[in-house]
Design a binder for this molecule. Sequence first.
Ligand code: B12
Length: 344
Amino acid sequence: MSVAARRPLDDPGLADEFLRVIGDGDEYAAVDMVTSLLDDGVPAQRIMIDLIARTQARVGDLWAANQWSVAREHAATAISERALGALAARTNVKPSRGRVTIACVDGEWHALPTRILAEMLRLDGWRVDFLGANVPGPHLITHLHQTGPDVVALSCMIATRLPRAHAAITACRAAGVPVIAGGRGFGPGGRYAQHLGADAWAAGAEEAVRRLARNWPPHNQDAPLAAHLGDDEYTYVVRHRPELISTAMKRLAEAYPTMREYNQRQRDATAEDMAHIVDFLAAALYVSETAVFTDFVTWTEGVLRARGVPPVALRVGLQTIQDQLRDYPAATAILASGAARIPA
Ligand code: B12
């Protein structure tokens, strides 16, 4: 008997087992579990959302808590993709609605959430062009001209990609194709998607299926709140990114003596963290939303703590950037709000 047979999807043991098999790199067991559920009459949509997507969120938590390595997360994600592919291969729906292009914005590597969205829309009768991760804006537009979709679904899971998301949304709309946005990068309730002029936003694939099934394109298109986007401070931070990071690294070594004993791997990780600080600051300036940065600081503080890095290191890191941006009041205020989120 297959492992999943006759076990309901809401059995918590099943989710634990799926996490275990993907964490152990057992792709055959993972595929067997999802196809057995399908054989038992569980709708493919439920398996994708309630099992695969939910388990991926747990994978993220385990990585953030430093319990799973990056390699283990990568392997598990690859198996989730394989399980999703197995479900897709066994479910055929004739297209009966319009055509949708699904893409991650430039620099956005989280393809699996959009792959789930793609399968969900396909099962609802859409003809789907799935472009996957990291789609440069000009190539996306060329594709739209070649295929003429009714809607573009754009994903942004990391807020640092918001400026690129804005460029893509603007270009798609200029090409006459309405945009539905999604992914956690667009902020709570998708509020940054509205700033950036998206026609609609959906919290997840199920909501997107519902939204696109009726009243599409939406008629009540509020004017985007885009007037202030990409001002001087944003431009300064983006143009001076390399110096901001390298100067911060030098000053960090002076202000935080523990860093002098860091090995190369720890120095590389620190440089990556400093780059994230600058990138999230730029995104916060771009959409004029301090929360983009403060949410990032809260998240980073937890991730660093799980890796044994004390909060003071992050506070000093923020200060080394702030010291370089004294003449930039909005950036200084955002950095100070971030620092205030770090526990004493
Ligand atoms: C796998 C993974 C990766 C893989 C992605 C590989 C792949 N093929 O997808 C890789 C290794 C590339 C990766 C990289 C990074 N990741 Co990552 N990743 C994840 C992880 C563990 C799972 C993603 C996933 O599949 N989720 C399952 C889906 C189904 O979740 P979902 O969000 O509910 O999906 C729904 C909605 O998002 C929505 N949706 C998404 N897009 C769209 C689009 C439209 C139009 C619509 C309508 C809806 C919609 O619909 C989806 C389906 O219902 C998440 C954890 C998590 N909680 O998601 C972290 C996570 C998203 N990553 C995170 C981070 C920080 C990163 C990195 C910055 C890490 C680093 N230091 O390099 C990089 C950034 C890379 C980049 N620039 O894109 C953080 C983000 C935290 C934050 N501050 O927002 C998370 C939350 C992990 C964590 N717990 O901290 N990651």
